[in-house]
Ligand binder design. Structure first.
Ligand SMILES: Cc1cc2nc3c(=O)[nH]c(=O)nc-3n(C[C@H](O)[C@H](O)[C@H](O)COP(=O)(O)OP(=O)(O)OC[C@H]3O[C@@H](n4cnc5c(N)ncnc54)[C@H](O)[C@@H]3O)c2cc1C
Length: 407
């Protein structure tokens, strides 16, 4: 699980980009009431949305480990930039896992080149974590489906070019497992309407808003997988991409908080010595460093397993839980160590705290992650999404006898 020289080169490249292109935009994104529509295109043009897309479709073929590096480094400078990158990288998952060869040929090359930003639109007012509670419908009409409904909190809602919409194909009442299906819906199709951007507590400038679908006609060839595969599309995307992606955003924010606090505590003097030499502050910095090291290990260990085609649902859940918890606890401590200075918007720690809190809900709150871990501990029989998909999309698939070849 050691970073290769290619990984180190990528890390430096993303860091240079974040310092040069993202950092100067942060102040504007914080104060502006609208979503930043230029930054997503800037990130996409680096080819980073296609990091897990195979080279045959023009992608980087870098896998989840490289994806994590990209998101972590962007988030270290701006949680918003990390959130933008991860949302469309997440939008790739459904096409890789469920797309036909024709769908892959059509959509993956423009995504890899940065010309097309995909999203995944699952959440609704009445569903959230309870995906089966959704009410958006897709009614078959000849060789088309007609979509009606409203999705909310869709990452990159206002900049996405193709939405991966999960809808009910079994009517609009209570849903059973096989009554949901997924569709690729171009953002410019008649009947697709954006609700104006709403400002949020954190991740300012990132559009995770609402999209309305009114009698949107979509060719049946835009369906992903079979009719009834919608729940699988939603869960596999969320578990195999959403959780590690949000863990990486949290990790980047956490690292920024530690670096900022260490630097501040060395500069600020109280009682004739730097804060960093007061035992109480040292103890707190030790706790920040401990959480960072543990989060980094858990996050990279989980995606390493994913890249090697190893079952790792539990590791993905655990790392998302820990990285988010560590980021929220540590950014709060960072504000505390800064004293009143931590409240001013000319320092980044209050922004880091607000951004960290925003990493909790997407791909499942910490309470939901604990619920899933409890199920694993109690032996509740649940589908293992990594066991189903990791092998076929792994960068370094295990050999037939199950041996894992190290990168
Ligand atoms: C930054 C961000 C990006 C997002 N990106 C996307 C995206 O790209 N696409 C998309 O479709 N959605 C996206 N979402 C939405 C996200 O997936 C949902 O927020 C998440 O699924 C939780 O749903 P909810 O917010 O409606 O919370 P709810 O499901 O309403 O949960 C509310 C509270 O109830 C608790 N709870 C829920 N169920 C149970 C239970 N069974 N037992 C006990 N407690 C429970 C939860 O832990 C939480 O505390 C995003 C959200 C954010 C904040």
């Amino acid at each position: 699980m050691i970073e290769t020289t290619d990984h180190q080169r990528l890390r430096q490249q993303v860091r240079d980009f974040a310092d040069a292109e993202v950092a100067p935009r942060v102040a504007d994104m914080e104060t502006c009431a609208t979503a930043d529509t230029a930054l997503p295109a800037l990130i996409a043009r680096q080819g980073w949305i296609g990091v897990t897309i195979p080279a045959d479709y023009g992608g980087m073929a870098g896998g989840h480990f490289a994806k994590t590096i990209i998101i972590e480094e962007l988030s270290r400078v701006s949680g918003t930039a990390g959130a933008i990158a991860q949302a469309s990288q997440l939008g790739v998952a459904k096409i890789l896992h469920f797309g036909t060869e024709e769908q892959k040929q059509r959509w993956l090359p423009p995504i890899a080149s940065g010309d097309c930003l995909p999203t995944i639109a699952v959440t609704e007012e009445g569903s959230g974590g309870h995906v089966l509670g959704m009410r958006t419908t897709a009614a078959r009409d000849g060789d088309h489906y007609v979509l009606n409904g409203r999705k909310q909190y869709v990452g990159n809602s206002h900049v996405g070019h193709v939405h991966g919409v999960v809808a009910c194909t079994g009517g609009d009442g209570a849903k059973a497992n096989r009554e949901l299906s997924a569709f690729l819906v171009e953002a410019d199709r008649p009947g697709v309407r954006l609700i104006p951007h709403q400002r949020t507590m954190g991740l300012r400038g990132f559009s995770f808003g609402d999209i309305v679908f009114e009698d949107v006609r979509v060719p049946a060839t835009h369906r992903l997988g079979a009719e009834g595969d919608g729940l699988d599309v939603a869960y596999s995307s969320s578990i195999l991409y959403g959780r590690p992606n949000l863990a990486a955003v949290a990790l980047g924010i956490l690292r920024a908080a530690v670096e900022e606090t260490v630097s501040f505590s060395k500069q600020r003097h109280r009682y004739g010595r730097p804060l960093s030499q007061h035992p109480v502050i040292m103890h707190k910095i030790g706790a920040l460093e401990q959480r960072l090291n543990t989060a980094r290990t858990l996050v990279y260990q989980a995606v390493h397993r994913l890249d090697h085609g190893q079952p790792c649902d539990r590791e993905l859940i655990n790392s998302k839980y820990h990285a988010v918890e560590a980021a929220i606890d540590s950014t709060r401590d960072a504000v505390r160590i800064h004293g009143a200075a931590g409240l001013r918007t000319n320092r980044p720690v209050e922004r880091l705290y607000r951004d960290a809190i925003c990493t909790d809900a997407p791909a499942g709150t910490r309470d939901i992650q604990l619920y899933r871990l409890a199920e694993a501990a109690l032996g509740v029989d649940r589908p293992q999404w990594s066991a189903r998909f990791a092998r076929s999309t792994a960068l370094h698939p295990p050999t037939e006898d199950g041996t894992v070849l190290s990168a």
